[in-house]
Design a protein around this ligand. Structure first.
Ligand code: 5GP
Ligand code: ZN
Length: 302
C-alpha cells in the first residue's frame, strides 16, 4: 500500500494527476494526456491495417441494454447508475431543505435511462445485433470509452473512471481466438518498444459472491481471460494493463448475434487500460518524459 500512496503523491506533486478529493477520480495534465495520445497512435500502428470499424460511445449506456447484459448478476459491486431529480416544485423545496440540514438529499433521486459504461465493449453488442447477420469472414471494431467501476482506492492504477481502448472481434471460434492470440503477440512487442517488462498470465474477472468464485474458477480453467501484467507500484504484484478475453458464444447467444450461416457468433475483445499504461511508463521511466530513453520517446512520439 505504501508504494501505491507514494506513487500517487508523487504524481500529484508533479502535476501529472490532479486531486479531486475522491480516491480514484483524478484530473490529468496535458503531459499525461500526451503519453496516452502517443500510446494510442502506437496501437493504431499495430492495429490500423486490420480495417476495424471505429465507433466511439459516450461513457454512459442505455440502461435497458445494461440490464439485459447480465452485468448486475456478475458485478453488482462495480456498477454505477445515473440518477436525477425528477420531482415537482414542492419536491424541490424539500430537496433544498434536506440539503440545508445535511440530510441524504440523494434518496429522492430517480434512476434515469442511462448507466455508466462498465467496459468499452458493452454498448457494442446490442448495436451490431440490430444490424443483422455478421459476415462469415467476421467483423472487427475499434472502441474507446471512459468506463466506470466503483472501487475507490489509493492505488493510482485503480481508478473509478478510466479509459479503455478495445478491439472487438466477432466471428467463428477459430477466427476470434486467432485474433486474441495475435493481440497477445502484438501486446508483447508494443510493450517491448516502450521499454516495459511484461508477462502474460491467465486471469479472472472479479465476479461477486460465492457463486462468483465458481464462475471465476471456470473462467480460469478454460483460459478465457489473459492479462498482460506490468509492475507499476509493486514487482511482486504487477498490474493488469491489457486483457485478452474470449467470451465463447455468450454475448452472441445473449444478443442473438448470428453469422451468415445461421450459427451463433463467437466474440473476443482485447482491452488496453490507457491510464494504467501511462502510469506504468511514468513509474518505470520517471516522471519527466524528457528524461525517458530516446527509443521510448520515438516509439510514442516519432
Ligand atoms: P477488464 O475488463 O479486463 O477488467 O479491464 C480491461 C482493462 O482495463 C484492464 O486490463 C486494465 O488495464 C483496465 N482497468 C481495469 N480496471 C481498472 C481500474 O480500476 N483502473 C484503471 N485505471 N484501469 C483499469
Ligand atoms: Zn470488452
Amino acid at each position: 500500500m505504501d508504494m501505491q500512496v507514494s506513487l500517487l503523491d508523487r504524481l500529484f506533486d508533479a502535476g501529472l494527476l490532479i486531486e479531486t478529493g475522491v480516491d480514484g477520480l483524478y484530473g490529468r495534465s496535458g503531459q499525461f494526456e500526451d503519453v496516452i495520445a502517443g500510446f494510442e497512435r502506437l496501437i493504431d500502428r499495430f492495429g490500423g491495417a486490420d480495417g476495424a470499424e471505429a465507433i466511439r460511445f459516450p461513457p454512459g449506456m442505455n440502461r435497458a441494454f445494461f440490464e439485459k447484459s447480465g452485468y448486475m448478476k456478475s458485478f453488482p459491486q462495480l456498477a454505477g447508475t445515473v440518477h436525477s431529480f425528477c420531482g415537482c416544485e414542492l419536491d424541490h423545496i424539500s430537496l433544498l431543505k434536506c440539503m440545508d440540514e445535511d440530510g441524504d438529499w440523494t434518496e429522492g433521486q430517480k434512476a434515469t435511462d442511462i448507466v455508466l459504461t462498465p467496459a468499452a465493449c458493452y454498448p457494442l453488442y446490442p448495436t451490431i445485433a440490430r444490424r443483422g447477420k455478421v459476415a462469415q469472414t467476421g467483423a472487427l471494431y475499434d472502441l474507446q470509452s471512459y468506463c466506470f467501476r466503483h472501487e475507490p482506492s489509493k492505488d493510482p492504477a485503480r481508478q473509478q473512471l478510466f479509459r479503455m481502448r478495445e478491439y472487438v472481434c466477432v466471428g467463428t471460434q477459430e477466427h476470434v481466438t486467432d485474433f486474441r492470440q495475435s493481440w497477445m503477440d502484438r501486446g508483447l512487442k508494443m510493450m517491448e518498444l516502450v521499454g516495459l517488462d511484461v508477462e502474460i498470465d491467465v486471469a479472472n474477472d472479479p465476479f461477486f459472491g460465492r457463486a462468483g468464485r465458481m464462475l471465476a474458477n471456470n473462467q480460469r480453467d478454460q483460459n478465457l481471460k489473459f492479462e498482460l501484467l506490468i509492475p507499476v507500484t509493486s514487482s511482486a504484484k504487477p498490474t493488469a494493463c491489457m486483457s485478452f478475453n474470449y467470451h465463447q458464444d455468450a454475448f452472441g447467444a445473449k444478443w442473438e448475434l448470428a453469422l451468415e450461416d445461421g450459427s451463433v457468433a463467437h466474440t473476443a475483445c482485447v482491452g488496453f487500460g490507457l491510464e494504467r499504461i501511462a502510469l506504468a511508463l511514468f513509474a518505470h521511466h520517471g516522471l519527466d518524459v524528457k528524461q525517458w530513453p530516446e527509443h521510448v520517446r520515438t516509439a510514442l512520439w516519432g
